[in-house]
Each structure stands twice: as C-alpha cells, then as structure tokens.
Design a protein around this ligand. Structure first.
Ligand code: HEM
Length: 408
C-alpha cells in the first residue's frame, strides 16, 4: 500500500500526509487498515518504506519472533534512515538483540521486579498528594503539566538518583524527539546535544559521589574490575538515558489519556469512584483503549518472513501497530468500548516478548496511584474546555494530550 492508499484507508482528507490521519483519529484509521489487510507496505514518516502490521495475532507473533531484529545493522543500507543518536545514547536495549540485550537487561531487571516496585507505593502516594495539595486551592489545573508529568518525572528521578537541582521538565527534550516540529529540525539536534551533555555530567558526578540509587548501582557494576565486560561506558549512559525517558514519557500520557477517557465515560468514572478495587483492572483497560505508545519500536527482518500470509523480504523495516492490535475485534469483544471491568485483557500496550516493558510494574503502580489519589481528592472533576479544543501531540509514535484543562 502506498502513502495515498494509506491515507485513503485511514480516512485522510489530504492524501499527501498519510500520517496526519492516523495522528488525528488513529482508531478509525487503524480499523480501516485492519479491515483492508493484515500488513501494509506504506511510506514511513522519514519517506522510506515500512511494513505496518495491524492485527493482534500478527503483532504478537512479530514481537516474539527472533527473526525480527532491533539492531540497525540488520536494515538494508539505504532502506532505513532513523534518527541518529550518538553512541553514548544509542547503545540502549531498544536497539539491541541477544546476547547483548540479554546481558544488559539482566543487570537492570532486579531493580524492577514487582516486589521492589511495590515498596515504592507509599513514596509515590506522597508525590501524588503533594501535587494535589498544590493544585487544590486553585479549583482548576492543566492536569498534564501539574500532575501527570511531574509525578512520573519525580518518581523516576528519585529511582535513578538524579539530584533535585538537576531535574527539569524533560518533556521539551522528549517532545523534540518523539513529536518533532517538522519546521524546526534543529530542535531535535539541540535536544540530543543537551541530553548527551546531561547524562555525561550526571554520570561523572555520580561516580564521584555515589548514592543509594539505581544509577550508582549501575556505575558500580560498570566499574568493578573483573566485570567491565558486563556493561560498557556507552551502554551505561544509554541505559540511564533509556530508563529516564522510557520511565516517564509514556506514563505521563497513560495517566492523561486515562483521565480523559473517564471524563468522556461518566458511567465508568462512577464505577471506579464506587469501587476502588476496580482500579488495577481499569489501568489495563486504559492501556488497551488509548495507550501512549501506538507503535512498537521498528524491527528489521533478518530473513524473508511471512506475516499474516504476506512475505516481508529480508532487511525491511517493520512497524507493529500496538494501538491497532489492541482494538482488534478478533481478540477483544466489543473492542471500541471502554470497560473498566473487562476480563482477560491481554493487551499489547506494554509490548510482548523479550523487549516487554521493563518498567511495566512501575507504570502500573504510578497510574493506579495517580488515579486513586485524584478521584479521592476531587469528587467533582470535569473538563475545563470544550472537548473539541483538546489537542494531541502531533506524533504517530506517541499518543498523548498537549494539555488537559480540568476544574474540580
Ligand atoms: C504507561 C507506561 C509505559 C508504557 C505504555 C510503556 C511501553 C513500552 C513498550 C511498548 C515497550 C516495548 C517496545 C518494543 O518492544 O518495541 C517498552 C519497553 C521498555 N520500557 Fe516501557 N512503557 C511504560 C513505562 C515504562 C517505565 C515506567 C519504565 C522504566 C522505569 C519503562 C522502561 C522500559 C524499558 C527500559 C524498555 C526496553 C525493554 C527492553 O528492550 O528489554 N517503561 N515499554
């Protein structure tokens, strides 16, 4: 399928810009694509061809299949442009395959076990309460800037051990990478330079003054004499970079999308208010219904592979549409209905297979705590602008609101 075909399938009014349709109304666009076929050859955002996988069963298969590699060396030269990160940020888990991926993931996975993360519940509740205290007197707030963003940023900075004076609203950096302004390519380059400088300085400082935190632990692993083969210096900076950004970016938008979904579905909101024990299941449903990562990281075929009956040649770029898989009626009964009581919710919003989200227990905890605290504090929460005025970030890869003005 070419770009104009994708545009038509996605219901776009301006066929020159296929991505715009999926950004504006991803679920209608993806429903049309799913109905039209399991795999579509489209022009990706960088102007080069990619294969888009739309159905649940196929997406799940691709995510678990080692014939799909994340390491860019498997792309046919000239077939993939991608965004060029310096080696000190690029050597991260989402560009790696086994055995490097296995080695590094093992080093960090102990920090993210459900037990370790459960111990963070009280500190996360304190962060949420403090943010709500600050909002409460005003009667209105932008829920993204004042709540959904600072909560995960604070939690991940605490976990990594980023000192208070080094913290900032990292969203400006992330946005210029995941939702770049096409008119200002220099912003992305500047953001990369700033991030590299930030992580290099942070690690230098932590090396000199270690603390009781994840980053100090990782530096210790790196620096132990007999263990230097376990984590290279570029891998260390890249891992810190990935954990920081993966650790807050998606969580901000899962919280924001969840609150919006509740404001649009008052019956579901009332159900959660009446019975807080529904919240963990509801978090899974928000991730399925309107998750923050509509696409998995691109993969490259190591050899020709059949997906949904379509043969994808070797060296091609494959995108798995998680947002589409999560609305596939073959997998989910009544897929476009938000149902906080949904059972057997095998959504793919956090991925699947060896790259399954490392931070999933933390993402679940933060979202559940954020929603519980918000609903308890404000018995009357409503949108403070007409719904049509809400705007999403202009990105195919990131689904989230720019602002969510509410009153309470
Ligand atoms: C709602 C919040 C989150 C969502 C929707 C989300 C989503 C995802 C997805 C879809 C993947 C797999 C990508 C792929 O296979 O293509 C992933 C991987 C990852 N996530 Fe998350 N994530 C969230 C929160 C977090 C948090 C809080 C952390 C860390 C504290 C985190 C750290 C990671 C890391 C390190 C990976 C790479 C794992 C690997 O390659 O082995 N994520 N995430």
């Amino acid at each position: 399928m070419t770009s104009p075909d994708l545009a038509r399938a996605a219901g776009e009014r301006t066929p020159q810009d296929p991505a715009a349709a999926l950004i504006a109304d991803p679920y209608t666009g993806y429903a049309r694509l799913r109905a039209a076929g399991p795999v579509h050859r489209i022009t990706g955002p960088d102007g080069l061809p990619v294969w888009l996988v739309t159905r649940y069963a196929d997406v799940r298969q691709v995510l678990a299949d080692p014939r799909f590699a994340l390491d860019k060396r498997h792309a046919t030269p000239g077939n993939y442009r991608g965004f060029a990160l310096p080696p000190a940020l690029d050597a991260n888990l989402l560009n790696m395959d086994p055995p490097d991926h296995t080695r590094i993931r093992r080093l960090v996975s102990q920090a993210f076990t459900p037990r370790r993360i459960a111990a963070l519940r009280a500190p996360v509740e304190q962060v949420a309460d403090k943010l709500l205290d600050a909002m409460a007197p005003h009667g209105r707030a932008d829920l993204i800037t004042e709540y959904a963003a600072p909560l995960p940023i604070t939690v991940i900075c605490d976990l990594l051990g980023i000192p208070a004076e080094d913290r900032r609203d990292f969203r400006a950096w992330t946005d210029s990478l995941v939702a770049p302004d096409p008119a200002r390519p220099q912003d992305a380059r500047a953001a990369v330079g700033a991030m590299l400088a930030f992580f290099t300085a942070l690690i230098r400082r932590k090396r000199a003054e270690p603390g009781d935190d994840l980053l100090s632990d990782l530096i210790a692993v790196r620096d132990e004499h007999d263990r230097q083969d376990r984590l290279g210096e570029d891998e260390l900076t890249s891992l810190a970079f990935l954990i920081l950004f993966a650790g807050y970016e998606n969580t901000v938008h899962l919280i924001g999308n969840a609150v919006l979904a509740l404001l649009r579905h008052p019956g579901q909101l009332a159900a959660l208010r009446a019975d807080e024990s529904l919240i963990p299941g509801a978090v899974e449903e928000f991730a399925r219904f309107d998750g923050p990562a509509p696409l998995a990281i691109r993969r490259f075929t190591r050899e020709a592979v059949a997906v949904g009956g379509v043969t994808v040649p070797a060296g091609e770029t494959v995108l798995c549409a998680l947002a589409s898989a999560n609305r596939d009626g073959e997998q989910f009964p009544d897929p476009d209905r938000l149902d906080v009581r949904r059972r057997d919710n095998g959504h793919l919003a956090l991925g699947h297979g060896i790259h399954y989200c490392l931070g999933a227990p933390l993402a679940r905890l933060e979202t559940a705590v954020a929603l519980t605290a918000l609903l308890r504090r404000f018995p009357r929460l409503e949108l403070d602008v007409p719904e049509e005025q809400l705007r999403h970030r202009p990105s195919l890869r990131a689904r989230g609101l720019l602002e969510l003005p509410v009153r309470f």
